[in-house]
Ligand binder design. Structure first.
Ligand code: PMV
Length: 328
């Protein structure tokens, strides 16, 4: 391994699932766009410990043994420690280090902070050790680190963090296809309820075990919506994409992952003039997305707030992971 620099900062985006959640865990495709930015800085430590400072999740210089099982560490340090361990397993390194993460975006919205932080730490470590990594290699490392913590997941969030933009993604292979799309007129509403992705994914697995044909049919229907959505996205046909959002929401209701609260917010957005609206991600809470004509944006945002939600300002199609700076 090459000479280390004094300190390196990298950043990576989070994500919003546009279409295909849950089905993507079972090999069907999805559409995802990158939003927000998380930074990770790595620097040498005076001892042989891993020092984690992640104010967003309440950790201030939390010192941990580098090789301790991730599950025994404080929750806020899980993805950072998994990224460090994954990198070291492949590229070595034994001395202590300090990792600091930050974002201007709250992790409570469920917009992919875990994968973003994981990928930003991996990229910062690679630059710190002067290890050149391709995006495919970074995706592989990030995927393993996220799986080490979550145990389940398709990796679509890791793909968004690495590649950025708007992607057509399928886990087998994987297929990661950047789409050329213009500005996506999305309104994002937070339901006020924090969802636990792992629990929801395991819930769907249990339903599939009980009724495999029925659930697989839903996944196949989801794949059809994703293919149509990809075409609509590429030609900027938002009326069609909005209608696909509405159909996808029906599938997610049938899958059992929607909630009355999300549905109330989705109905409010539609009534206020959105082309279409759906939950985004695992369901159970977190966010809804509403595809909205510019002239209806204010009305849709006001309707989401009036229905008890919180509007989250995002810029879809954020750039993928990058090194922001190195000192030393
Ligand atoms: O809850 P989120 O936003 O991380 O989205 C999860 C999406 C799933 O398809 C349910 C899981 C996955 O890893 O693809």
């Amino acid at each position: 391994m090459n000479e280390k620099r004094q300190q390196v900062t990298a950043s990576a985006p989070g994500k919003l699932m546009l279409l295909g959640e849950h089905a993507v865990v079972y090999g069907r495709p999805c559409l995802v766009t990158a939003v927000g930015r998380w930074q990770a800085t790595v620097a040498p430590a005076a001892d042989d410990l891993l020092h984690v400072t992640a104010p967003d999740v309440g950790l201030l210089d939390c010192a941990l043994p580098l090789t301790a099982p991730v599950g025994e560490m404080p929750t806020g340090a899980h993805f950072i420690a998994a990224a460090v361990q994954e990198f070291r397993r492949k590229y070595g390194g034994s001395d202590g280090l300090a990792v600091t993460t930050s974002s201007n975006f709250s992790s409570r919205y469920g917009l992919g902070s875990s994968a973003a932080v994981t990928v930003a730490v991996l990229q910062a470590l690679a630059a710190w050790h002067s290890v050149p990594l391709t995006r495919a290699e970074l995706f592989g490392l990030g995927r393993r680190a996220v799986l080490a913590v979550q145990g389940v997941g398709s990796g679509f969030d890791v793909a968004a963090a690495v590649y950025g933009g708007t992607l057509y993604f399928a886990a087998g292979g994987p297929t990661i296809e950047p789409l050329v799309v213009g500005d996506l007129p999305l309104v994002v509403g937070y339901s006020g309820v924090k969802a636990d992705t792992t629990t929801l994914v395991r819930g769907v697995a249990a339903r599939r075990a009980a009724a495999p044909q029925e659930i697989d049919r839903l996944f196949d229907e989801s794949a059809v919506l994703v293919e149509a959505g990809r075409r609509a996205l590429q030609v900027g046909d938002f009326a069609t994409l909005g209608s696909l959002f509405n159909q996808a929401q029906e599938l997610l209701v049938r899958l059992g992952v929607s909630t009355p609260r999300l549905e109330a917010l989705i109905a409010a957005a539609r009534e206020a003039g959105a082309w279409g609206a759906k939950l985004s991600g695992a369901g159970g809470g977190d966010c809804l997305i509403a595809l909205t004509p510019a002239e209806r944006r204010q009305a849709v945002e006001a309707a989401i707030v009036a229905a008890g939600g919180e509007v989250v300002a995002v810029r879809p199609g954020e750039l993928g992971v990058m090194v922001e700076g190195a000192v030393g």
